[in-house]
Design a protein around this ligand. Structure first.
Ligand SMILES: O=C(O)[C@@H](CO)OP(=O)(O)O
Length: 247
């Protein structure tokens, strides 16, 4: 028995377009991002996959991407579960800053440490910042534990318990699960699934809008490597993410 998992990073957002660090700031998709959502639905439908349950973060760029994909695939009636545990990595005091300006100001080493190191979080975001999520009602269940910054290690620590408690339960019931989330929350899940080292995960980038499909065994680990439904576009998309800030 194998289980089918589809991972999908949201389409391009307003702040991807503007080249700003985003994190937990709730920005919407661009028109191009909406087209990516629809294209993801076409790819899912063409592959014969039929998602039975959708998991998303609490951020609209993921929610809208999933809605567009499922509408296009004629599966928008399936059950939906949302959790902050699938949110993008909280980018701390970098949220709202321009990536190219940050690179120029702090240099490549510091910039890449903040973006891709495993366990060095950016400086904390002040609670009175316009980009803080403290007090946002959608995170009421977190109380005062709303993140002020996170590194990838922190994301793994808050995402994996949800994978184990909820997502794998749906997989175990034989449901094809679609998880629509973010560059860094999906890097956290891919690190776990592909058993990637803390050092090597720095080189892994997830492209926007292209479904990544895993067949999992009884231990909910892959029996074959994950496959992008459009491998060529995925490679180009991942390279573009890697180069962000350097334009
Ligand atoms: O800004 C962000 O929240 C993320 C994803 O867009 O950026 P990065 O790829 O630099 O981690």
């Amino acid at each position: 028995m194998t289980y089918t998992l589809i991972l999908l990073r949201h389409g391009r957002s307003d702040w991807n377009e503007k080249n700003l660090f985003t994190g937990w700031v709730d920005v919407d998709l661009t028109e191009e991002g909406r087209a990516e959502g629809r294209r993801a639905g076409e790819l899912i439908a063409a592959s014969g996959l039929q998602p039975d349950v959708l998991y998303t973060s609490r951020l609209k760029r993921a929610i809208h991407t999933a809605n567009l994909a499922l509408e296009t695939a004629d599966r928008d009636w399936i059950d939906v579960k949302r959790s902050w545990r699938l949110n993008e990595r909280h980018y701390g005091a970098l949220q709202g800053l321009d990536k190219a300006e940050t690179l120029a100001k702090y240099g490549e080493e510091q910039f890449m440490t903040w973006r891709r190191s495993f366990d060095t979080p950016p400086p904390v975001l002040a609670d009175d910042s316009e980009f803080s999520q403290v007090g946002d009602p959608r995170y009421a269940d977190l109380g005062n534990d709303v993140p002020r910054t996170e590194c990838l290690k922190d994301v793994i620590e808050r995402m994996l318990p949800y994978w184990e408690s909820d997502i794998t339960k749906d997989l175990a019931a034989g449901r094809t699960v679609l998880v629509t989330a973010h560059g860094n929350s999906l890097r956290a899940l891919v690190k776990h699934l592909d058993n990637i080292s803390d050092a090597d995960i720095a080189g892994v980038n997830i492209p926007t809008g292209i479904p990544l499909v895993y067949e999992l065994g009884d231990d909910f680990m892959p029996v074959t490597p994950g496959q992008y439904l459009d491998p060529e576009a995925a490679a180009a998309g991942a390279a573009a993410v890697a180069a962000q800030g350097k334009k």
